[in-house]
Design a protein around this ligand. Sequence first.
Ligand code: CDP
Length: 806
Amino acid sequence: TDQTPISREDRVEKLKGVGSQRKRVEDARFTQGKGNYVDDIKMPGMLFGDFVRSPYAHARVVSINTEAALKVPGVLAVLTAADLAPLGLHWMPTLAGDKQMVLADGKVLYQGQEVAFVVATDRYAAADGIEAVEVEYSELPVVVDPFKALLPDAPVLREDLEGKMVGAHGPRKHHNHIFTWEQGDKDATEAVLAGADVVAEEMVYYHRTHPCPLEPCGCVASMDKVNGKLTLYGTFQAPHAIRTVVSLISGIEEHNIRVISPDIGGGFGNKVGAYPGYVCSVVASIVTGKPVKWVEDRMDNLMTTAFARDYWMKGKIAATKEGKITGLWCHVTADHGGFDACADPTKFPAGFFNICTGSYDIPVAYLAVDGVYTNKAPGGVAYRCSFRVTEAAYFIERMVEILAIELGMDAAELRRINFIKADQFPYHSALGWEYDSGDYHTAWDKALAAVDYEGLRKEQAERVEAFKRGETRKLLGIGLTHFTEIVGAGPVKNCDILGLGMFDSCEIRIHPTGSAIARLGTISQGQGHATTFAQILASEIGLPADSITVEEGDTDTAPYGLGTYGSRSTPVAGAATAMAGRKIRAKAQMIAAYLLEVHDNDLEWDVDRFVVKGAPERFKTMKEIAFASYNQAIPGLEPGLEAVSYYDPPNMTYPFGAYICVMEIDVDTGVHEIRQFYALDDCGTRINPMIIEGQVHGGLTEALAIAMGQEIAYDEMGNCKTGTLMDFFVPTAWETPHYTTDHTTTPSPHHPIGAKGVGESPNVGGVPAFSNAVHDAFRAFGLRQSHMPHDHWRIWKIANGLGLHG
Ligand code: CDP
């Protein structure tokens, strides 16, 4: 028996379990350039494929001539829709129940759309081949405005759907209409609006933007014709789902497909869906018998893969004179681009937008969302957000600010009056959710005290007076946000993607010497899963986190899972990890009982060992038990120590937070300076506080980008104006302010260790905090609503429009 005298505290410390600031184990390779990304994969004889893309946003493809291209040295093949059609692969299903052209089939619907796939010996030869492909287009009228797309005489975008008046999500009202999704009680809400003391009404636009991960999307397809096995490496946020989809559309049996997500350089929703590049690489590998790589460049990524947001949100919010909110009405016009490729659970065509009642106890609400086709790139992905939660949080946090203006009230006080109270949880929202836990008042009071809210308001009022006296040209904005997220999809009964229920999984093998490997159905893209999931296990099974390898992303070895997006890893796979750990512990208890010659029930768990109750000197450590499981024949027990858990969460988790941004704005230049940013997050039990802080810093910086400059913009002809990093704002250390992070801890009552997700919270809560600061700076001068992004020019225009330039 291992009798090393070591205190209980030291034993806990040694595990580096839940709550420990364990250093990220993956950083050794990332910081030394030793990561293994898709583009690092080089296989013997590997070819490279790339796309001929449409310069037009809407055009008929009259002809494609590949003759000259095929003569370019190094070019081996050029695929067009005509080549894919006999295989039925010229179109592919989207995650939203629509279908999308893999290669232009008669027409193109957005600039940059894939027209032909050139396969060559290397990237340079492919580029030369692309130049030599001759495509004749005949231009068609372009629609980039979703409201104009729904006019009776708007051009028909999707000719393939002509006459089809029912889509994947019910009836279609117009040839460019995709679906209407309604939630809540329309009549009751309209009755409340009609009789209310005060109704604030506004159009809130959340502009089109893009996740823009550092590493763009890509794959390597390798068809082994001898064994009939397809290996597909790729930047996939959901490798198992990709395997199933590839099997369904290619007809290759699923056991003959191995999908591997190696290291991924950021996903943020961009790498959830399936792209034409994947299909074409697989086909090209089958045709040539060689591995084929396809990796986007930055322009391909920004212009053609999964955009985010683009929601026009018309809102009406009703309240009493005293500021008690009595009802919320919302209509969204959702611009989905040329194909509906939104990544949402099947039953939720607008994702979880119906969390738009936010942190507030709103008795009655109604929501309708209309999806619309335009000549823009497809997507509608959850850019660091849980399926349109970001849009919902922005909407409600703007509506509350506008209501405060309407009521002449302080916006912090208005929120406080309307928060769901701690004793109302589990709380049933008017739009159908059951919030698991929360304590909003405590978080709010802590946040307001931390920034000296009263003092800030006094300073702001003095600033306004000084501005009016001509003593300063800088205004002060106080951006408030209290957001509630909904993360961790499942449960399976409500949530599926392409019919695949949204559970997740973990499989654990304990080795004889007391170390372990855990494999999960999720895949890290930088979040640090190898660090934190080992911590969950360390606390559950009493082996040090440093002795546990966490592996994800290889469908031949990992248990089936739905992947990582929507902050679902901790709520779902994290729960599976804890549950699998508990199965290990249950068997370990039986082994320990046998070794100690006592009944199972005479043992109790203590950090890393089972101890005989009342006899603390008699115990077996987990390390000893692990060895025994392989070297002793224990009556009634199979050898070995392994477990697997497929976890179907009973509910989602509802993290929340209180963010405050203090911003100085120069009225003459529109230049802003973030003086202070305070972020309080409550994600329940905190697994690794250091990783949480990193997640919050990163998410806030993306929120800063979105609110203050980042956009995918089009001109009237459908030209994408922001297809490079010269035009698309990605903040550097220069623009990034200092963030102060804080927390409260309200555990989830249904998660095995009480943890909620956190990865997306800062993006969800950060955007309204930045935007509200801009609006608040001009509140005293009559500003109600101005569309993001608030770049310097647009802020200057606000000041100019309000007559502040004299
Ligand atoms: O699904 P995704 O990994 O993007 O999001 P997440 O589940 O919110 O987790 C992001 C990172 O934060 C992971 O490394 C988690 O283990 C960690 N985390 C934590 O330490 N404590 C929590 N309560 C939630 C997440």
